[in-house]
Design a protein around this ligand. Structure first.
Ligand SMILES: Nc1ncnc2c1ncn2[C@@H]1O[C@H](COP(=O)(O)OP(=O)(O)OP(=O)(O)O)[C@@H](O)[C@H]1O
Ligand SMILES: [Mg+2]
Length: 243
């Protein structure tokens, strides 16, 4: 569902590759957790997957659609929750969701129904008539999450989605991610919270200095029994390969 072939990216004025020859294949029905220390290249990868940044080399396919050749078609299959929650402060929550849903070409009735459903799920119904500028960090995050799933994307990509969420909303988000994948969609998210990754992911990838240093199912990691995910993460990102 998400395929990256030999994708690399170096930022202007930098000599180091932020992402270095990344190849990954993520299946339908899968929740994939992307782990790595600060500055490892997670957000850069996610920005390339969502068309915010263009790779210097390599190819990205979303559900078989080449992102570089057909950017609109590929991006219409995606829902994206960025890490910065910078949304329009001068719009009301409801106006923002209507704007996003309309952009994705959703019929009015369906859009209304989906907004009501997700706002209730994330306890945001009462805040929707208010200006986004008045929202807390967590409320903006929840609005971003709703805006990303409103059009029922096959591929849902989230950068550090749990930051700032209260326990109820974090729980709802994790449940929604599972339900999303169980319907045959794909969820790709980055996180620093190893416990969360361990609870919700089917497979994980670890990136360090732009290079993918491990990819495995949690089942295999657990079956291995030698190292917990946390030990494995710390070992790999400090001194090289997993033994
Ligand atoms: N806009 C930018 N211009 C120049 N260099 C950048 C830019 N954004 C990121 N970088 C560099 O690219 C590398 C990867 O950064 P990236 O943001 O992808 O890391 P990350 O894994 O998301 O980290 P974090 O866990 O802190 O969010 C880092 O060395 C970072 O300094
Ligand atoms: Mg990041």
């Amino acid at each position: 569902m998400i395929k990256l072939y030999n994708v690399s990216k170096t930022y202007a004025k930098s000599t180091v590759k932020a992402v270095d020859d990344l190849t990954l294949d993520i299946n339908a029905g899968e929740i994939f957790g992307f782990l790595g220390p600060n500055g490892a290249g997670k957000s850069t990868t996610i920005k390339m997957l969502t068309g915010v940044l263009t790779p210097d080399s390599g190819t990205i396919e979303i559900d078989g659609v080449n992102l570089a050749d057909n950017p609109i078609a590929a991006k219409s299959i995606e829902g994206f929750v960025p890490d910065n929650h910078e949304i329009y402060d001068t719009l009301k929550g409801i106006e923002y969701l209507n704007f996003i849903g309309t952009m994705y070409g959703m019929p009015t009735e369906l859009l209304k129904q989906k907004i009501a459903e997700y706002a209730a799920l994330f306890d945001l119904t009462e805040a929707l008539p208010n200006m986004i500028g008045s929202y807390s960090h967590g409320m903006k995050q929840k609005l971003s999450i709703i805006a990303a799933v409103i059009h029922d994307p096959k591929v849902w990509i989230l950068d550090e989605p749990l930051t700032g969420l209260d326990p109820q909303s974090a729980y709802q988000l994790k449940q929604l991610m599972r339900a999303w994948a169980d319907r045959g969609n794909t969820v790709f998210f980055s996180s620093h919270v190893i416990d969360v990754v361990e609870k919700v992911c089917d497979r994980i990838g670890i990136i360090n200095h732009g290079k993918l240093v491990a990819v495995d199912t949690l089942e295999n990691i657990r079956a291995d029994g030698k190292l917990s995910l946390e030990d494995m993460f710390l070992t790999i990102t400090s001194d090289g390969e997993r033994k």
